[in-house]
Design a protein around this ligand. Sequence first.
Ligand code: PNS
Length: 190
Amino acid sequence: MIAIYPGSFDPITLGHLDIIQRGSRLFNKVIVAVLRNPNKVPLFTVEQRLEQIRIATQHLPNVEADSFDGLTVNYAQQRQAQVLLRGLRAISDFEVELQMAHTNKTLSTQIETVFLATSNEYSFLSSSVVKEIARFGGSVDHLVPPHIALDIYKCYNHNYPIANPTTTAITPLQSIPMEQSTGTIPNQEA
Ligand code: PNS
């Protein structure tokens, strides 16, 4: 059975990777599908996000990264997938995700949405949280894979990863002032 894991992944986080890893044990193939969304101004281009995902999932042979535009169910049909995989972090996700699952069911009765409960340690984590922390000079080393942390630091003009404040005491906002950084990036999504 083939599952599509659709999303923005701007960027992919350890929470997303938790869902992908567990999904890869449940399905023959998981396609991580990045939506080409003209309505959002992302931090990373679709191509950058695909590369980030490919590096982060290279140890999972049945995981593929791809992009799509338009309706997710149409893309799923094109790829002969039967399942849309989504993670649920909290009750606040549930409302939105249930609406999306019901909407998708009206568009295709053939495709089922399967939810995996996000592992506890990632229940707070989103791409937006990661960008917000980095934007204000904090460490995201504990939230994304190392190659993505470096990409994020480059975007916000950190030339090096800042120590994780949960393990090392640092002065808050010790990094480059916002006016020198790319803090004007008008992003954003969850
Ligand atoms: O990572 P995100 O931003 O929560 O992902 C949302 C996504 C991409 C899964 C959703 O917006 C989507 O499926 N968009 C494609 C358009 C579509 O199919 N809409 C109908 C379902 S609401």
